[in-house]
Design a protein around this ligand. Structure first.
Ligand code: ADP
Ligand code: MG
Length: 732
């Protein structure tokens, strides 16, 4: 029963040796075990059901996962020093004899205090919440302790030191050694030291079962450690410098497996999947361009060339369109959509929220006024009768252009001749929906059933090259790197607390001129009551102190959709002077009359998030400004924000974000659908990534289906890692 519960709670992508254990109940599973690596941790000596639960909270369910739970750092325990030489606040190792043991505190959470001496002096060691240790200490024991030196009551003291029991009968000379200690990310009830002990037990059993996953030729060419050696050294490096080749090997492996999966997937979709050809000609091009009241920028034209070349071919397009906020992506998307319609194919445009879908639709309506293209907005809010009518028109093939939200992904929507799917802000969807969409294709009863649509993803989050190669690795990339002419650059300024009065005066001045303001306040979205209260308090504060007399609205993530829409509508119509909001306004909202944005506690956001936020202003003809309020005294926070004042280049900002905060922050943690890297680092290991990419491409080139016997293990490993994405591996 115990294990069954653990199994059900596992929703994360495959990162370990867990394929079998996650999909079968424990009892039948035990018979099916073939490798010690698949053994559930519960059956490792010293674990049991309680600790198995704690380990599961760290995503460790099998022995294989356990030995791949690597330390996040290693502590160097020097050789023992004499107690009389201890220095306050320095790390120290000592060996001493226990003189006395005191226990205080109640059940389960005793504090244990010992005194020990080594001939040069006496000191104390204290463990808090030390149920795991309280019964094991006794007078006369010889202990080796490691920790940071503190002081209490005139004696040196180590708090919660790591501990090792030495054999009093041993020659004391054998106690004089240094060692490297792995430090693991711990959890409540399971400190690093205990994790270390359990991992050691698991390692002893599992090491002989570890198989080399990389082809031998690659290990030789790239001079990689064997997998066994790398894993062992990660936990117990023979020296600190030996960590580097171990990390290198494991990072390479992670990159390589992912690149291989991506290459195979790509190869598969270009070989087997077919999309309708959607060619453009002069007549079509002219008719579409007439719809726009401006000339397209060079960047827009270049990107349109990429897209039209792609969709004219049978090979399904999978292209990522990146462009800063306001760079004119929607116009490009509409161009592509109209090419599809001109070819008598349907096009679906999807946005992450209803507000954005509606906005896309309204924009598109502006350009399509008087056109014969049949278009509709289909969201969860569309009234049933209307919705049914639209759906019918979609199935009949009469509806050409369908704008909507995820509601369009529901099974009920059946297209007749879907030729192109355009997704805005795709990373908010995640990869799994992408697969749904791709599989969607067309109504099987119709003649186009065998065709899949072309696929265009738009994002305003500039995605650094390393990320687009990995997370979005199966997409081609086009970039709009130029803003339409006459666009105002947004003047950005950092506001320290002493300058706040001036900042609010500027907001008031602009409101008096008839402009509107965004005031962004960092609330954890979908969070608790506390934040909600904070938001309300904040609105009151703004109304009363900062902008007296102004019409101030509030929008946050906990509001119902229609409430949000109502507030947004009032703001758009100019019925509100200022909108206090959380980052729910982050994407796509377009109110040209809003010319000033105040971002409170700006230091709490990622740079890319701030860059996107400020893109909400500067959308009209008036000069716009963004004020980043921060009371952070940290020099680093200041430096980070300075980049926003210096540049409007979203890519530079994103690179900086990636460097400082890592990919999870940039894309939203775990939203991209690939397992997180355990060892590899997308910023520091770019060279390794490039090597892995080349090697993977070469293998796919030689053996696109991984059919050769020498690749059998590799194929099995891919299946293990990407079990829900293996269709393309088996078909190839
Ligand atoms: P994005 O979707 O990239 O944020 P949009 O396509 O919504 O950008 O365009 C932002 C604004 O710029 C819109 O008001 C649009 O009409 C305008 N625009 C787009 N392309 C051009 C162009 N080539 N010249 C002038 N204005 C343009
Ligand atoms: Mg847009």
């Amino acid at each position: 029963m115990e294990t069954a519960r653990l199994i059900q709670s596992s929703v994360k992508p495959a990162t370990g040796y867990s394929r079998n254990s996650k999909s079968q109940p424990a009892a039948s599973h035990r018979k099916a075990i073939t490798s010690p690596l698949d053994k559930p941790v519960q059956y490792v000596r010293g674990v049991g059901p309680h600790r198995a639960r704690l380990l599961a909270s760290l995503d460790i369910r099998t022995v294989g996962e356990m030995i791949e739970y690597f330390p996040f750092r290693h502590a160097e325990q020097g050789r023992p020093q004499a107690i009389e030489t201890l220095q306050l606040n320095e790390p120290a190792t000592i060996v001493g004899i226990v003189d006395s043991v005191y226990k205080r505190g109640g059940f389960g959470k005793p504090t244990v205090n010992i005194k020990l001496s080594d001939g040069t002096g006496t000191m104390r060691a204290t463990w808090f919440n030390a149920s795991f240790i309280s019964d094991k200490l006794a007078r006369g024991q010889v202990l080796r302790l490691f920790g940071t030196v503190g002081e209490y009551d005139g004696l040196a003291q180590l708090n919660n030191p790591s501990i090792e029991w030495l054999d009093p009968d041993d020659d004391p000379a054998t106690w004089d050694y240094s060692k490297i200690v792995p430090v693991y990310r711990a959890t409540k009830g399971l400190p690093s030291q205990q994790i270390a002990r359990l991992i050691d037990t698991a390692l002893a059993e599992a090491l002989p079962a570890i198989k080399e996953t990389l082809p031998q030729s690659i290990c030789d060419n790239r001079r990689l450690l064997s997998r066994t050696e790398a894993i062992e050294q990660m936990h117990h490096p023979s020296s600190m410098s030996n960590l580097t080749p171990s990390r290198h090997r494991l990072a390479y492996e992670e990159f390589f497996m992912m690149q291989l999966a991506i290459s195979l997937q790509r190869r598969w979709s270009t070989t087997y999947a077919k999309a309708p050809k959607l060619p453009t000609n002069n007549r079509i091009d002219q008719r579409i361009r007439q719809r726009f009241p401006f000339n397209l920028t060079d960047a827009q034209n270049r990107v349109i060339n990429d897209i039209t070349a792609d969709i004219a071919a049978e090979r399904p397009m999978t292209r990522l369109l990146q462009g800063d906020v306001g760079s004119g992506k929607t116009v490009v998307a509409l161009y592509a959509a109209l090419v599809a319609v001109a070819n008598h194919r349907q096009c679906a445009i999807l946005a992450p929220t209803e507000v954005l879908a509606a906005q896309h639709f309204n924009n598109i309506e502006k350009y399509l006024e008087g056109s014969q293209v049949n278009r509709c907005l289909l969201t969860g809010k569309t009234p049933k009768a209307q919705r049914d009518k639209m759906l019918q028109a979609v199935v009949d093939g009469k509806m050409n252009l369908i704008v909507g939200t995820q509601a369009l992904l529901e099974q009920k929507v059946r297209f007749t001749s879907l030729g192109l799917v355009i997704v805005d802000e795709q990373h908010k969807f995640g990869v799994s929906q992408r697969a749904t969409l791709r599989g969607k294709g067309n109504d099987k009863s119709k003649s186009h059933a065998h065709l899949v649509p072309h696929y265009l993803v738009m994002t305003a989050t500039p995605i650094p090259r390393t990320l687009s190669m990995t997370v979005f690795g199966d997409l081609d990339v086009s970039i709009i790197d130029e803003l339409p002419p006459g666009r105002q650059t947004i003047h950005t300024q950092i506001i320290k607390p002493k300058d706040e009065t001036g900042a609010w005066l500027e907001v008031r001045r602009r409101i008096a001129d008839g402009d509107q303001a965004y005031i962004v306040y960092p609330l954890v979205e979908e969070s608790d009551v506390f934040d909600l209260k904070a938001a309300t308090v904040e609105v009151d504060r703004v109304k009363r102190n900062s902008l007296p007399g102004a019409r101030v609205g509030l929008m946050h993530g906990r509001m119902k959709k229609n409430e949000k829409q109502k507030v947004m509508h009032e703001f758009t119509k100019g019925k509100l002077d200022a909108l206090v909001s959380t980052t729910v306004i982050e994407v796509g909202i377009d109110v040209p009359n809003a010319t000033i944005m105040v971002i409170q506690h700006a230091d709490r956001y990622g740079l890319s998030a701030l860059h996107q936020l400020r893109g909400r202003v500067g959308r009209g003809s008036k000069p716009s400004i963004c004020l980043l309020m921060t009371d952070s005294k940290g020099a680093i926070a200041g430096q980070r924000l300075n980049i926003l004042c210096e540049t409007n280049d979203g890519f530079r900002i994103a690179e900086e974000d990636l460097r400082i905060r890592g990919p999870g922050e940039l894309l939203g943690t775990r939203q991209h659908g690939w397992p997180e890297f355990r060892v590899a680092n997308l910023v520091e290991d770019v060279d390794i990534l490039m090597q892995a990419r080349d090697d993977a491409a070469q293998i796919v080139h030689q053996d696109p289906g991984l059919k050769s016997p020498q690749h059998a293990d590799l194929k099995a490993e891919l299946r293990r890692r990407f079990r829900d994405k293996v269709a393309f591996i088996d078909v190839g």
